[in-house]
Design a protein around this ligand. Structure first.
Ligand code: URA
Length: 434
């Protein structure tokens, strides 16, 4: 296989053979093919797409680049949730402990920030000491004893996704149905799960901005999962505004903790419970939707889900005390509050530009080697449909670098639009795909 020829073939829109995909992906994963050739192939796939057979081949090759966990014999239902990526989407951090308390085993393999969207691993690492690079046996032991273990792709589990994911993050090759499908599903199949719920985001802060594209992605993910014998459903959920109010790594941990303490924003909690209900009802089909939601709310009300998050933090090397003392976390040196210059109902937020502003502030990477600044990010003070007056606070930005703060201020204000009458708001849970 000559990499040049494979890139050329895909760039002309032809379908690749399984052997071509295999040799290219494994060659890259093993360091034989350089970043620049993989970047070129990713861009060709991004532009020309892949057939469903190619997508399946890519998923299988990425899965087989590493090991697969085996939880057969596990007493609990083994399941996971994964999001296609959005802004302020911290659901995994709430849902994994909630499900673990309810007896589900959650072997969660997450990713880092990708394009404009944040990543669970970067968020977890904002907790001092939290180690997302556990050995496979240690991770498995945690899942079996605690009900959850939170790791990233490693050199042994999904190594191909680990490298390709990091490259996609900085080469604008994220927004592609085959690439997202193979990335997510190779990780989820490798987990050895029995059930999976996918949160497919739709709207101006999602990789899939139209409902049509979101449905295509949801169907692609669900059909791959089902084909591998995993009970798989997808909820298409709204991403025309950030989920919750916090964007940025520590900011999102803080909001997750408040959510688990019973003080989470309504939209964040509703999406969390809706996704959780999918898993709980897969594990026990006799449960009604309301019962499945109530069970989860109880783990928040009685503090058990928060205790579980603290326990897993401690067992993964993190300092659980910081979760009890949120206000003591070091703040970024500079902050500024943006106020509304108009009055009216908030009718639109350029959500993707808020995600990119977060990167600009230091919360994400512009190149692979960039270091994340965990105390950079933002709080939004308004949601779509809110009535705003001139001078009302819209959002507060935090950064260690004052110049960066100034550079995003103007660009952010331009992304808020207003109407004189109450705007029609999109539903939060748009559709369910099975
Ligand atoms: N999450 C992933 O793991 N991969 C993607 O490509 C997008 C979201």
């Amino acid at each position: 296989m000559i990499p040049y020829q494979v890139i050329e073939k895909k760039s002309q829109g032809f379908a690749l053979k399984e052997t071509e995909i295999r040799e290219f992906v494994l060659g890259y994963s093993n360091g034989l093919i350089p970043d620049y050739q993989m970047s070129a192939l990713l861009m060709a796939i991004f532009i020309k797409g892949m057939t469903s057979d190619e997508t399946l081949d890519l998923t299988r090759v990425m899965l087989e680049s590493g090991e697969r966990m085996d939880f057969s014999g596990s007493p609990g239902f083994v399941a996971d949730k994964h999001s296609t990526g959005g802004v302020g989407d911290k659901v995994s951090i709430l849902l994994a402990p909630i499900l673990a308390v309810l007896g589900i085993h959650v072997p969660m393999i997450s990713g880092r920030g990708l394009g404009h969207s944040g990543g669970t691993l970067d968020k977890l690492e904002s907790i001092p000491g939290f180690n997302v690079n556990l050995g496979l046996q240690e991770w498995k032991d945690l899942v079996l004893s605690q009900g959850l273990g939170l790791i990233g792709q490693t050199g042994t589990i999904c190594p191909a996704d680990k490298k390709i994911y990091a490259l996609r993050d900085v080469t604008a090759t994220v927004r592609s149905i085959p690439l997202i499908s193979a990335s997510i599903m190779s990780k989820k199949i490798a987990e050895g799960i029995q059930g999976l719920v996918l949160d497919v985001k739709t709207g101006n802060g999602a990789f899939m901005q139209t409902l049509t594209d979101s449905r295509l992605l949801a169907n692609s993910l669900v059909s791959i999962g089902t084909g591998y014998g995993i009970k798989t459903t997808a909820l298409i959920t709204d991403m025309n505004q950030p989920l919750g109010l916090a964007i940025g790594n520590w900011f999102e941990i803080e909001e997750s903790v408040r959510g688990l303490q019973g003080n989470g924003p309504a939209d964040l909690m509703d999406v969390t419970y809706a996704l959780g209900a999918e898993i709980l009802r897969m594990a026990d089909p006799k449960l009604s939707q309301d019962e499945a939601v109530e069970m989860q709310k109880k783990t928040v009300a009685d503090g058990s889900a928060f205790e579980k998050l603290k326990k897993i933090t401690e067992l993964q090397g993190g300092n659980p005390k910081v979760l009890d003392e949120l206000e003591k976390y070091p703040k970024a040196r500079f902050q500024t509050t943006i106020r509304s210059t108009q009055s009216g109902y908030l009718s639109g937020i350029d959500t993707m530009s808020l995600g990119f502003a977060g990167i600009q502030l230091g919360a994400g990477r512009k190149i692979i080697s960039d270091r994340i600044d965990h105390s950079s990010g933002m709080y939004i003070h308004c949601k779509l449909g809110d009535k705003m007056g001139v001078g009302d606070e819209m959002l507060t930005l935090y950064s260690e670098d004052e110049d960066k703060l100034r550079s995003v201020e103007e660009q952010i204000s331009a992304g808020f639009t207003f109407t004189e009458t109450t705007p029609e708001l999109p539903p939060l849970i748009v559709e369910r795909i099975t």
